[in-house]
Structure formats: structure tokens, C-alpha cells
Write a protein that binds this ligand. Structure first.
Ligand SMILES: N[C@@H](CCC(=O)N[C@@H](CS)C(=O)NCC(=O)O)C(=O)O
Length: 310
């Protein structure tokens, strides 16, 4: 089986979600460190434009968005599962709430001046300015949350999560960990890293204990790889993960047609290619790249939009 390669950076919460899933599943992986801000030419050579972090590469297959990355890892290594059958629906929906609403409530709270050194280390004023400008462009017209709103809403969400842990079960949805635990944890992770602001968790002792439990999964074994080696692996790939899916047509677009796929919320960079998967929960295009060769770029349906390309 081809190696699992995660293109990620250290202080990326969504990357931490996947790194902990490697720990949970005891999966060995290769780590490519990507730039924190644009340009990212070795990332977009693989994806065709998608710039968000992380992406998963297996040979010439590139998986975008952690909901699909988690799904792909679960297919490849089903035990222990991220989707226990009795709680699958609620776990997926809770994870989606955490990756969107909870994350975008926690982020403005995490990026307070007092917390910046714990998150970024010795970052210069210029670097911080470049980071803020990059993220402002990436977020486009997404609504901004003030500190007062972020703090008030975050405390209410923490109270609800604490309530979910009020029985004896160790995880959010019971005895077994699920995708919901990794998604909620990633949203709170940057706050947890920063001693100047993490006392916010003191009022939620069960949640604090649960965070320790999730963190204890660790990241399992990884080796570093550079982005040029990753491009070579893509270019040499002989087969692609396109079989075994139903064709579900919700757009009146047939397999083989040129399409553009992009997120619906932020970083709206379209990826253009020939439609090769259109299933219940996944879309994928095949595209040719000068540096990466032929690649198949996969997206979850939820959170993405597809249009016929010219
Ligand atoms: N829904 C996406 C969100 C990914 C995301 O927003 N990641 C952040 C980093 S944690 C990002 O892309 N930041 C901009 C960048 O890395 O270019 C997912 O689940 O993968």
C-alpha cells in the first residue's frame, strides 16, 4: 500500500485533528511541512488551487478537507472506527458543527495578543502582519466575530460540552471515541496551548479531563518528507482511488465532464478537472499538472460546490 502523506504545519488545528487520528488508529505516516501562508506552489501543484491545510496524499490521490481525510483513513484502517454505527449520524453532525461553528468561535478568542507567543513562538511583527493579511484575504466576506461575542459564545459552548460529559462515559458520545471527539478537540486546541488564556477551561473540569484523554492518543510514528519528494511520488503513481463508488447525479453533470469544485465558506479557490467521482458523499476530479503529473483530487460533498467548467 502506498504511504500516507499529510501535508500540514505544526500549529494548524485541523492538522492536529488528523495527527491525533493517526495516534488513535496507530497509523504510521509521512509529514510534509507546508507554508503557513500563500504562496504554496508545491501544495497547489498537487491540488490544482485548493490551499487549505491539511491535505492527505496517497500516491497520486489528493484528499482535501479533514472530514474526507478522516473518512479515507477509516476506510483504509477501519479498526478502531471513527464512526461507531450506533452514533454515526450524531458523531458526523457534531463534528461538522465543531469544524465550522465552534472553530470560528474559538479562533478569534485564541488569537488574543497575550496568546500569540504560545501559538507562534518568536514571530516578528512583520510576519504576524503577513499572517493576518493572508487570513483576511482567505476569509473574504465571512462575518467577523468580536472578542466579546467570541468569549460569550465560547463559554456557552464549553458549558454544553461539559454537560455532554456529565455521565461516566469518557468520550463526548459515550464509551467509544468518534470523529466528534477529534473535531471538537481541534477547535479548542490552540486555546489549550496558550497558558495566558487556557484558564478559561478551569470552570469545565470534565472537559479538561476529556481534552487530556484525546491528547493522549498522540500522533503515532511519522517521518519527514520534503515537498519535492511528495511531488515525485504523485508523478510516479500508476493507479487511482476512483473505484467502488456509486454515481449520484445531483447537478445534471456526467462523469468525464469538466467541472470546477471549491469550498462554500472561505478560501474559494476552484479546482478544475474531469469529474471522476460523484457519489453520495464525495466528488473528485482528475487533472494534469506540469509538476505533479496526473492526480485525482477528492472533496467531500458537504461544504463544497461544483459547477460545470467552460
Ligand atoms: N474544513 C477544512 C478547514 C481547514 C482549514 O481551515 N485549515 C486552516 C489551517 S488549520 C487553513 O487552511 N488555513 C489557511 C492555510 O493553511 O492556508 C478542513 O476540515 O480541512
Amino acid at each position: 500500500m502506498s504511504d500516507i502523506i499529510l501535508h500540514n504545519f505544526a500549529v494548524s488545528p485541523f492538522s492536529e485533528k488528523i495527527r491525533l487520528i493517526f495516534g488513535f488508529k496507530q497509523l504510521s505516516w509521512k509529514s510534509v511541512t507546508v507554508p503557513i501562508i500563500m504562496p504554496k506552489p508545491d501544495v497547489t501543484a498537487l491540488t490544482g488551487g485548493y490551499r487549505r491545510t491539511p491535505i492527505l496524499q496517497i500516491g497520486g490521490d489528493i484528499y482535501c478537507d479533514t472530514s474526507l481525510i478522516a473518512e479515507t483513513l477509516d476506510k483504509r484502517s477501519p479498526v478502531p472506527t471513527l464512526y461507531p454505527s450506533a452514533i454515526e449520524g450524531i458523531a458526523r453532525n457534531l463534528a461538522q458543527w465543531a469544524d465550522s461553528t465552534l472553530f470560528w468561535t474559538a479562533i478569534p478568542y485564541a488569537f488574543q495578543p497575550a496568546a500569540i507567543p504560545s501559538i507562534f513562538g518568536n514571530i516578528s511583527a512583520e510576519e504576524l502582519q503577513a499572517f493576518s493579511a493572508d487570513r483576511a484575504t482567505m476569509r473574504g466576506n465571512m462575518p467577523r466575530t468580536s472578542m466579546g461575542e467570541a468569549k460569550g459564545q465560547l463559554c456557552e459552548y464549553l458549558r454544553r460540552l461539559e454537560n455532554m460529559l456529565s455521565g461516566d462515559a469518557p468520550f463526548l458520545l459515550g464509551a467509544q471515541a468518534s470523529i466528534a471527539d477529534f473535531a471538537v478537540y481541534q477547535a479548542l486546541w490552540l486555546i489549550r496551548l496558550a497558558p495566558a488564556i487556557n484558564p478559561i477551561f478551569d470552570a469545565y473540569p470534565k472537559l479538561s479531563k476529556w481534552m487530556d484523554l484525546v491528547a493522549a492518543f498522540g500522533h503515532h510514528q511519522s517521518e519527514t518528507l520534503n515537498s519535492i519528494e511528495a511531488l515525485d511520488i504523485a508523478r510516479n503513481a500508476q493507479s487511482f482511488d476512483t473505484d467502488g463508488r456509486n454515481f449520484v447525479d445531483t447537478h445534471g453533470i456526467a462523469l468525464g465532464e469538466p467541472v470546477a469544485i471549491m469550498p462554500t465558506d472561505y478560501a474559494l479557490d476552484p479546482v478544475v478537472g474531469e469529474l471522476v467521482i460523484s457519489s453520495e458523499n464525495e466528488l473528485a476530479v482528475r487533472r494534469e499538472d506540469e509538476r505533479a503529473g496526473t492526480v485525482v483530487v477528492h472533496f467531500p460533498r458537504v461544504g463544497f460546490q461544483m459547477k460545470r467548467a467552460k
